[in-house]
Design a protein around this ligand. Structure first.
Ligand code: NA7
Length: 537
């Protein structure tokens, strides 16, 4: 391994210091005894949560299980204050974890990786940062998150805008003062739906530019009281077991009933109870909401009726009503008074399907029929999801093959963990793994533990190199496609799960839709069979 004066050598380089990088560091360093360096582009830890500081930024998983499970002491000592953690609280939690497990000494901040190249002769990865620093390591592990490369649409005239513009995933750290301002918000995904009510309450006027109407269910956020905290802490073992054994990493069961197994009044009552309780659990009211169009229609229609009930102006309600995709086929948002926001006198909704944006001018946004003068434009336009952050690392594997070339027609991985031709490179929550279809910490811990197990296996057996085989990868890609096809998920033609939000991106369903428990069992089986589908040297 090169260890020249200008190249610092490690056993493993981890890229990213968010949820996954922090835990992977802990496991590799403190359990396996590896010499590890984490390279993080930002000036602080936190990953996705470091960057997403937009108004209303909050996790849609509930706080008590959007957390690490690996330390009993950690889960007992940490106090969550609300049902859903707000961005600053998640940052406090991750900083606490970094301190408690003494992680900072192996994390280099402000170190943006600009390239990574496999040196076949030396059998190691050579990694370079924007500052020109060079590192080498036997193992390269990406912990870059799935939603960290902003998608900022190339609308004509975008850079001519004279006011403030900001993407929600690159929110100014000093905040943005909306008081007395005319604000335009482009995008109505989970982010836009969280931000709109908060901006509307602060700004003089908010114009929401909507391309695709979205379903949303109330979050019903609120403070965590002491009794709830006690009950959760007393039951953590069971909560974690349920999360790991569920299909999506959340500690709740799906109903054993299908939506059409019960009479209409009972179905309505069950949806109403889930609506009142709030949160992503709405998807679990019936077992077949994501697999049967007929079942899904009942859930979709329930939410459409709620929109009509909440929004006073029938024309605005109609614009807000999604009709082009089934509920939860795109990532379902949860909200705090989103639809209610359109009853405010200072809020306007613009339907971009009917009147597309033609350009951004110095003064605001011009659609095919009107000009909207603005002081601030907020881009809640999402991310180049899953593959974007990996391709941005400019990774070159064996024989000069780049990841960008290899994935030109869409990502091809074995288990979302490895790509053939890229030995000793592991991708935490990579495409082809359950990742974004789950509660992320559940998926992250499973991946980081599996990677550590594989590395421990190699060290115990004197193996220097591991790479996914082509055959195993082809079979896994086919299985990922089959798993998606067994659900309604591919029916949402504008979904970022399919890469549809980024012009020119291949339309491939990227996450593994076969369920977290099934996936984790499969990974464990692969390991138990001597890492079937991986070639060692
Ligand atoms: P999403 O869910 O990708 O939403 C982005 C929104 O921006 C969505 O409404 C898009 O409309 C809209 N968009 C994207 N490009 C444009 C252009 N060019 N013009 C107008 N509107 C546009 O991103 P979020 O940040 O809300 O959420 C990402 C994930 O973070 C979320 O799913 C959670 O997992 C956490 P479209 O639907 O494509 O028509």
């Amino acid at each position: 391994m090169p260890d020249t004066a200008d190249t610092q050598a490690f056993d493993a380089i981890i890229v990213g210091a968010g949820f996954s990088g922090l835990y992977q560091l802990h496991v590799l360093r403190d359990r396996l005894g590896l010499v590890v360096r984490v390279l993080e582009a930002a000036d602080g830890i936190g990953g996705t949560w470091y960057w997403n500081r937009y108004p209303g930024a909050r996790c849609d998983s509930e706080s008590y299980y959007y957390s690490y499970s690996f330390s009993h002491e950690l889960e007992q000592e940490w106090e969550w204050t609300e049902r859903y953690p707000e961005q600053p609280e998640i940052m406090r939690y991750l900083n606490h974890v970094a301190d408690r497990f003494d992680l900072r000494r192996d994390i280099q901040l402000g170190a943006k990786v600009t390239s990574a190249r496999f040196d076949a002769a030396a059998g190691c990865w050579l990694v370079q940062t924007a500052a020109g620093e060079r590192f080498s390591a036997q193992f390269l592990i990406t912990a870059v998150g799935c939603l960290s490369t902003a998608n900022i649409p190339a609308i004509p005239g975008r850079d001519s805008f004279a006011g403030i513009s900001a993407h929600t995933g690159h929110w100014p750290h000093g905040g943005v003062d909306f008081a007395g301002k005319r604000v335009g918000l482009i995008g109505t995904g989970s982010t836009g739906i969280q931000a709109a009510p908060v901006i509307a309450a602060a700004a003089a006027h908010l114009t929401v530019f909507q391309r695709t109407a979205n379903y949303s269910v109330p979050a019903r956020n609120g403070p965590m009281d002491a009794a709830q905290q006690r009950e959760i802490k007393a039951n953590y073992a069971e909560i974690r077991r349920k999360s790991r054994e569920s299909s999506n990493g959340h500690p709740f069961d799906f109903s054993p009933l299908g939506a059409l197994d019960v009479p209409p009044e009972e179905r309505q009552a069950r949806y109403q109870a889930a609506w009142d309780r709030g949160g992503l659990r709405f998807r679990a009211v019936f077992k077949d909401i994501l697999t049967s169009k007929e079942a899904n229609d009942t859930a979709s229609e329930f939410i459409r009726a709620k929109i009509r009930e909440i929004v006073h102006d029938p024309a605005v309600a109609a614009m807000l009503t999604p009709t082009d995709h089934p509920f939860a086929a795109k990532r379902p948002p949860i909200d705090t008074a989103y639809f209610e926001t359109f009853n405010r006198a200072n809020v306007t909704l613009v339907d971009l399907k009917a009147t597309p944006i033609q350009e951004i001018t110095p003064a605001g946004v011009r659609t095919s029929v009107a000009e909207y003068p603005l002081d601030i434009i907020v881009y809640a336009t999402g991310f180049d999801a899953m593959t974007g952050p990996l391709l941005a690392l400019d990774i070159t594997g064996e024989g000069g093959l780049t990841l960008r070339e290899h994935w030109a027609a869409g990502p091809r991985t074995y288990l979302g963990l490895q790509t053939p031709g890229f030995p000793n490179l592991f991708t935490i929550t990579g495409p082809g793994s359950p990742s974004v279809l789950t509660n992320m910490p559940t998926a992250i811990e499973q991946h980081a533990d599996w990677i550590a197990g594989c590395i421990a296996h190699m060290r115990a057996n004197g193996l220097r190199r591991v790479a996914a085989t082509q055959d195993a990868t082809e079979a896994w890609v086919a299985h990922v496609n089959e798993a998606a096809a067994a659900t309604l998920l591919p029916m949402a033609s504008s979904s970022w799960y399919l890469g549809a939000n980024v012009p020119g991106k291949p339309r491939v369903f990227m996450p593994y839709a076969g369920g977290m428990a099934r996936y984790a069992a499969h990974c464990a089986q692969v390991a138990a069979e001597g890492y079937r589908g991986f070639a060692f040297a």
